[in-house]
Design a protein around this ligand. Structure first.
Ligand SMILES: C[S@@+](CC[C@H](N)C(=O)[O-])C[C@H]1O[C@@H](n2cnc3c(N)ncnc32)[C@H](O)[C@@H]1O
Length: 268
């Protein structure tokens, strides 16, 4: 059965589940369809912690944005931004400084359409529908060009590089964004790994083969190499729940169960 609602953008293939809509469902959002929910239930079977993993990734993203704000960053390029949910980057940033500017980037139709709707009245936030593995398309888009590249930019690559296949040259892609921004810019990065829960991760990779977003987990050493050119701040490349957790908010008895490795670094 196909659901038709007024916010479904034209051209979206409802039969083919996407990572954006799966993640939306895991976070309790409403912008997903029957096939996405079916995928989510198989994902949850493969990785029963999936909802907590999503929440901890989202909480890490929030702490990373606040960290960059504390370090003076007022403009952000959020690559693989997803379907807006609670605690979006522009909300966090503009609450701290109403003049903060945010450019979101996602290639998924629902993520783009819903972001565009949400940001229609926000002159300092915009969405670019593009494939982040084509940095020229992203960096050349008018919305991105509105950022001031002579000043530090907060690059955000949260929960997205596990969708970037090795043959898309992930290191080269990250380097292209790093080279485009001014020294003193920041990177907030997180991605799935086999290091923490290998059996569950292997099952998840299998499940995601039936979606349009295949998954490529990476180990700590590989992630450290990917973020070359950024000085990684303490505590280094760690599970999301262990990255500067806020007591009372981010508690998890075993942070390794957060499944995703995260780090924050400053461009030299
Ligand atoms: C799991 S969500 C993460 C959302 C958000 N960054 C967060 O951490 O809460 C991953 C998003 O990346 C997007 N994505 C994956 N590969 C992409 C690519 N090559 N270009 C643009 N977006 C991509 C997906 O469509 C999805 O919306």
């Amino acid at each position: 059965m196909t659901e038709l609602t007024s916010w479904v953008p034209e051209g979206v293939d409802l039969e083919r589940p996407s990572a954006a809509r799966l993640y939306d469902y895991l976070l309790g959002g409403a912008h997903n369809f029957a096939h996405d929910r079916e995928l989510a239930h198989r994902f949850l079977k493969a990785q029963p912690n999936a909802r907590e993993i999503a929440r901890h990734n989202r909480a890490f993203l929030r702490r990373g944005v606040l960290f960059m704000i504390d370090h003076g960053v007022r403009q952000f390029l959020d690559l693989g931004s997803g379907i807006p949910t609670v605690g979006n980057v522009h909300e966090i940033a503009q609450q701290a400084d109403p003049g903060a500017r945010v450019v979101y980037v996602d290639y998924e139709e629902v993520a783009h359409a819903h972001s565009a709707l949400l940001l229609a009245d926000n002159p300092l936030a915009d969405i670019v529908q593009a494939d982040l593995t084509r940095p020229g398309d992203v960096l050349g888009a008018p919305a991105t060009q509105a950022l001031d590249f002579t000043q530090p930019i907060g690059l955000i690559m949260a929960g997205v590089f596990h969708f970037v296949a090795p043959d898309r040259d992930p290191a080269g892609v990250i380097a292209a964004y790093r080279d485009a921004v001014a020294p003193g810019s920041w990177l907030v990065f997180s991605q799935f790994t086999r290091d923490l829960m290998p059996a569950e991760m292997d099952r998840v990779v299998e499940v995601m083969k039936s979606s349009r977003d295949q998954m490529y987990p990476r180990g700590r050493a590989e992630i450290t190499a990917l973020v070359d050119g950024f000085d990684i701040v303490e505590p280094g490349v760690v599970p999301t729940a262990a990255w500067r957790p806020e007591p009372g908010l981010d508690d998890w008895a075993d942070p390794r169960r957060s499944g995703i490795l995260a780090c924050v670094g400053r461009k030299r």
